[in-house]
Write a protein that binds this ligand. Structure first.
Ligand SMILES: Nc1nc2c(ncn2[C@@H]2O[C@H](COP(=O)(O)OP(=O)(O)OP(=O)(O)O)[C@@H](O)[C@H]2O)c(=O)[nH]1
Ligand SMILES: [Mg+2]
Length: 369
């Protein structure tokens, strides 16, 4: 499915081409957040080092290495606890069902645990067919991990530039917050990012994304409420092409006056993205609210039918006991889960790993004490 990434870039399109598509002439505003060049005053320090003998120098070096090791460990720490955090409520809810200190667990108990975690019955059956009466962690792990067979294999070293992502999903799912998290992530990887405030249905949506843009310090393209969102998408991509920006992330509305309006708007945005840059949008990401568990699947199917979704981000896993729904979501939709959201801050986005997720769950199920 990622063959799209290999498509050749076409020449930058003529803006006139868009005129047929966009009926109204929009006034699109480019807000380039001040890229404050850090004018760090260079301090001239007296080179006291020269006075140090070799022994104290190597001692100093040791201390620095130790410090950076500790820093690395500190950085690793939250990443691990993110998965534990995502499954906290799910495991808490299962506490009374989970047997303590056994190596193998009864088939019926595992079935009950998985259903209780909001995995769909059909998927539970699929995962457990052929397993014996007493199930070991190793056997269950193998079955659960294989439910995420649609896990992505993305070569992030060779993405087209700009790499355009369209964020879709029902209102309140966490689209705007996730855009901020993604932008923050790309920025911390040293990439440049531009946002497109494509949810023009509500003024507050434009405002919300603008606030995030200035917090993260990335430029944003926006227009007035009610104006054409595909014009925003076009201008955002156009700006990224001319400025050599790596990542374009475009917000969309989760709700319009009617479902038909929403369908048409989304289709139009997709088409216009392709006109602005061949192959765009390179990823259409569906944002699903994790607290809705399995009921989010129907929603995702509807969006998939409208525009074709490339992958999923499940949000709010920190606040739900329905963590098991991720198995059904990925398996039923036959789509990869790229990230999970585990909080409201810009750092609360974790790259999804089937192995780590399953291990997080099994750590809570196969307890040793
Ligand atoms: N706890 C938690 N809250 C989240 C997470 N992601 C988003 N939220 C919250 O969910 C609410 C809705 O998020 P938005 O990003 O505004 O959702 P949206 O899809 O853009 O909503 P509309 O613009 O109304 O369509 C906000 O209060 C967010 O802070 C998450 O991973 N965990
Ligand atoms: Mg929003």
């Amino acid at each position: 499915m990622f063959s799209i990434f290999k498509r050749k870039k076409k020449e930058e399109p003529q803006k006139e081409e868009l005129q047929e598509e966009i009926v109204e002439q929009e006034e699109v505003e480019v807000v380039q957040n001040d890229v404050v060049e850090d004018n760090i005053e260079e301090k001239i320090e007296i080179d006291q080092e020269s006075n140090l003998d070799e022994t104290s120098k190597s001692k100093e070096q040791e201390e620095i290495t130790q410090e950076s090791k500790e820093e690395e460990q500190e950085q690793d720490q939250p990443k691990q606890s993110f998965f534990a955090r995502a499954l906290n409520k799910t495991l808490e809810n299962l506490k009374s069902t989970i047997p303590v200190g056994v190596e193998k667990i009864d088939f019926d108990t595992i079935e009950e645990i998985l259903i209780e975690s909001d995995m769909e019955y059909e998927i539970v059956e699929k995962a457990m067919t052929g397993l014996s009466d007493k199930i070991s962690r190793k056997d269950l792990r193998h079955r659960l991990v294989s439910l995420f067979e649609h896990a992505p294999e993305v070569d992030t070293t060779n993405l087209p530039k700009p790499f355009v992502e369209l964020i879709i999903g029902v209102n309140g799912a966490g689209k705007t917050t996730t855009i901020a998290k993604l932008a923050n992530r790309y920025k911390s990887e040293g990439k440049s990012v531009i946002l497109g405030a494509g949810d023009t249905f509500r003024a507050a949506a434009i405002e919300q994304l603008s606030i995030w843009a200035s917090k993260i310090d990335v430029p944003i393209i926006k227009t007035k409420q009610g104006h054409d969102s595909s014009a925003v998408a076009f201008d955002t991509i156009h700006s990224a092409v001319s400025k050599g920006i790596d990542h374009v992330i475009i917000d969309t509305a989760g709700r319009l006056q009617t479902q038909t309006n929403l369908n048409n708007e989304l289709k139009k945005i997709v088409k216009v993205c392709g006109k602005a840059n061949d192959g765009a949008p390179h990823r259409k990401l569906m944002i699903l609210d994790g607290t809705q568990g399995n009921s989010a699947i129907a929603q995702a199917k509807a969006f998939n039918e409208i525009v074709g979704v490339d992958g999923i981000i499940v949000t709010k896993l920190d606040g739900t006991a329905k963590g098991g729904a991720l198995f059904s979501i990925s398996n039923q939709l036959e789509l990869p889960i790229f990230y999970i959201g585990v909080g409201e801050s810009k750092d609360d986005l974790v790259e999804f790993s089937p192995d780590k997720f399953v291990d997080g769950l099994l750590d809570g199920i196969y307890t040793t004490n």
